[in-house]
Design a protein around this ligand. Structure first.
Ligand code: SF4
Ligand code: SF4
Length: 386
């Protein structure tokens, strides 16, 4: 097994870990509470506690698949009695692995995604010039200074066939509510959230600077996003570049539109719906109530909760760059989440994140009968009732 000592001078490694998480991980007293709440331990053995212990001794196993496992779901940092920053430590180890080009086979896709991000501004090997193709025929305008809001569409909604439907639903709702909005099209780049979590710090910085330059050139003030990953990054991480934009997630914005009367619900939705809290909307940013209020405002819709919800929400498995990596059947958190939706007797599993939808749809399609539960973004439900 390659340890950090064999790929990098010991001092440099410790400095790198320190830079990403300070000495905070050294506060760990090995109580193991993190391992108890980690979703991995529902599907296989995994110990972030052990990774922390090895880091304390400078013995991190850089070629181990385990350093790539954390989905950055945010459950264990919230439970740690010593305030250890497990995610920061994990990211710092990935930065070291990326720097020395040590990628286990199962995570090579993260390296490929990095190449695509550098070349085309998206992780999906798609062409930059096709970024706005989803909007063809939908009468969506390019963003111009003075518009109420910039709709920052994000990579998956721009290119993924399933998620283009969510982008289209969003545009339809905004138009219906009379929102003066525009998009950046090929001038938009990935927000950089996931590549940063997989250790690609320099790529993240390039993408962030590119986006920030474009926002400033276009006079952007308020940014609407569909992805909680874009939300988290634009709101909490772009200020590292000394800029502050008003960032709003579509779940919040739709509720605002409803409350102000700009959006009117015209029909009912007679289904039993359960809502999955995406990690980066809920745990990382405290947005638990708005999506539920939005759903509850729809006549006929019955909202039911799953076994793990709100702060305890079960991660879909797609965060931390895991969306790009293959997770073997039997180890997919999304399979468990669909079971929880079944147990809650939900007909629809609603969420508000492109990664969650991707992971859930994959799980649904891998079921023998493709399951009865339908996967929907909040916007797709709202579009049906306005
Ligand atoms: S919960 Fe905190 S203190 Fe306990 S083992 Fe995990 S990181 Fe260490
Ligand atoms: S952040 Fe989530 S996935 Fe990562 S180690 Fe903690 S509980 Fe596990």
């Amino acid at each position: 097994m390659t340890t950090v000592e064999t790929v990098a001078p010991f001092k440099e490694t410790i400095a790198e870990i320190r830079e990403a998480g300070g000495d905070i991980y050294r506060l760990c007293y090995q109580c193991g509470k993190c391992d108890v709440v980690c979703p991995w331990n529902r599907v296989r053995k995994f110990s972030i506690r052990k990774i922390i212990r090895e880091a304390c001794f400078g013995l991190s196993q850089i070629e181990s698949e385990d350093i790539w496992r954390c989905t950055t779901c945010g459950t264990c940092p919230a439970r740690c009695p010593r305030g250890v920053k497990q995610i920061d430590l994990g990211v710092s180890l990935r930065r070291i692995a990326a720097k020395y080009d040590v990628f286990p086979t199962s995570v090579r896709a993260a390296r490929t995604a990095g190449g695509s991000l550098r070349a085309e501004g998206n992780p999906l090997n798609e062409e930059r010039r096709k970024r706005a193709d989803w909007a063809q025929g939908l009468d969506v305008k390019p963003f111009a200074e003075g518009m109420e809001v910039l709709y920052f569409v994000g990579c998956y909604l721009s290119y993924d066939p399933r998620l283009k439907k969510v982008a289209a639903a969003t545009a339809a709702i905004l138009k219906r509510a009379g929102v003066d909005f525009g998009i950046l099209g090929s001038r938009e780049s990935c927000c950089g959230e996931s590549i940063r979590k997989t250790g690609g710090e320099s790529i993240f910085r390039e993408l962030a600077k590119e986006n920030i330059k474009t926002f400033i050139e276009h006079g952007v003030k308020k940014i609407l996003v569909s992805s909680p990953h874009c939300y988290h990054t634009l709101k909490n991480e772009y200020p590292e570049f000394m800029v502050h934009f008003e960032v709003v997630h579509i779940a919040q914005f739709l509720l605002e539109l409803l409350r102000s009367g700009r959006l009117r619900i015209r029909s009912g939705y007679g289904k039993k719906v359960t809502y999955h809290d995406p990690c980066y909307l809920g745990r990382h940013n405290g947005i638990f109530d708005e999506p539920r209020e939005l759903l509850q405002a729809i006549p006929g819709l019955t909202l039911v909760e799953m076994a793990s919800s709100r702060e305890d929400s079960l991660c879909c498995g797609g965060g931390g760059g895991r969306i790009w990596m293959d997770t073997p059947k039997g180890e997919r958190f999304a399979d468990l989440r669909l079971q929880q939706a079944d147990e809650a007797k939900a007909e629809v599993l609603a969420t508000a994140c492109p990664y969650c939808i991707t992971m859930f749809e994959d799980s649904r399609l891998s079921r023998d009968d493709e399951g009865s539960v339908r996967i929907k973004d909040l916007t797709e439900i709202v579009q049906e009732v306005i």
